[in-house]
Design a protein around this ligand. Structure first.
Ligand SMILES: NC(=O)c1ccc[n+]([C@@H]2O[C@H](COP(=O)([O-])OP(=O)(O)OC[C@H]3O[C@@H](n4cnc5c(N)ncnc54)[C@H](OP(=O)(O)O)[C@@H]3O)[C@@H](O)[C@H]2O)c1
Length: 269
């Protein structure tokens, strides 16, 4: 469902735009004159965010309430946009969720939903956006991965870490494929960022959240926006995140795996 449609040629589609990093990316894009299509599940919140963005930045904002963990949701979203003749020149695949706990105890439904939103919806929207962008010889795609995408594994968040490694690898691969096409793909790899993610994922009270400082969502969004507009393949905002990403790739990678096991334990102190 939408509040308004637009045929503006510089429209950005942002998933997960109702809070955290996605909301800040929406603000940054609107402040830079982009019309927006924003997506999340909570319809009331989306409506309120759309109205606020329109009033703050004077750009048209269309909203679509979709649960991207449903198997055909990304396809349906794209089909709705095509029917409304909305041309997407900037795609921000930001929506994502985390899940903390011992894998054998996790709900399979929750695991599948996380894989669907973090991996399948992101891949589907990228695939659906590319032909039009390539035909117009212009387009920017920002895929929100994570600093954890550089890690060899995340004990107690194993599936989440693996989904973000996928996003990073997928984005780097297609970014290289698209060299010279006028379309760029950027992987945004934030470290810990202040948002609802910590609590929703269940990872609060781990040593990770106690020991590692968090960046603001607005600083992360600004770094992502700038890198996307410059056509960079990867951006890791902040010095601490860069160090952690580098450490995650240092051989022997079993050391980083053990450090992650330590950090992802709930602190007993
Ligand atoms: N926060 C961090 O420390 C951190 C670090 C690295 C990477 N990231 C990544 O950054 C991205 C944004 O996270 P955030 O920290 O900004 O979290 P957040 O504040 O929880 O925001 C998540 C957004 O995604 C939407 N969303 C969640 N499930 C959805 C679904 N099934 N279908 C459609 N939309 C859905 C949420 O709205 P509804 O609930 O209304 O659907 C919300 O707009 C994620 O990909 C996350 O993995 C976060």
């Amino acid at each position: 469902m939408t509040s308004r449609t637009t045929e503006d040629s510089c429209t950005a589609l942002i998933t997960g735009a109702s809070s955290g990093i996605g909301l800040e990316l929406a603000r940054t894009l609107a402040a830079n004159g982009h019309s927006l299509v924003i997506v999340a599940r909570d319809e009331a919140r989306l409506k309120a965010v759309a109205a606020q963005l329109e009033s703050d930045y004077g750009v048209p904002v269309t909203w679509h309430a979709k649960d991207l963990s449903e198997p055909r949701a990304a396809d349906d979203l794209w089909s709705d946009l095509s029917k409304a003749n909305i041309i997407i020149d900037v795609l921000v695949n930001n929506a994502g969720v985390g899940l903390y706990g011992d894998f054998q105890d996790e709900s399979l439904d929750a695991v599948r939903r996380m894989q669907m939103i973090n991996v399948v919806a992101l891949t589907t929207l990228t695939r659906l956006a590319l032909p039009g962008m390539l035909a117009r010889h212009r387009g920017r795609i920002l895929n929100v991965a994570s600093m954890v995408g550089y890690q060899p594994g995340g004990p107690r968040m194993a599936v989440y870490y693996a989904t973000k490694s996928y996003v990073l690898s997928f984005s780097k691969g297609i970014a290289r494929e698209l060299d010279g096409s006028g379309v760029s793909v950027t992987a945004l790899c934030p470290g810990l960022t202040k948002s609802a993610f910590e609590e929703k994922s269940g990872a609060q009270e781990t040593r990770l959240y106690r020991l590692v400082p968090q960046m603001t969502a607005s600083a992360v969004a600004m770094a992502g926006y700038r890198a996307m507009m410059r056509g960079r393949r990867v951006v890791i905002p902040g010095v601490i995140s860069k160090i952690l990403a580098f450490a995650g790739e240092l051989p022997p990678r079993t050391i980083a795996l053990e450090v992650n096991r330590f950090l992802l334990n709930r602190a007993a102190w």
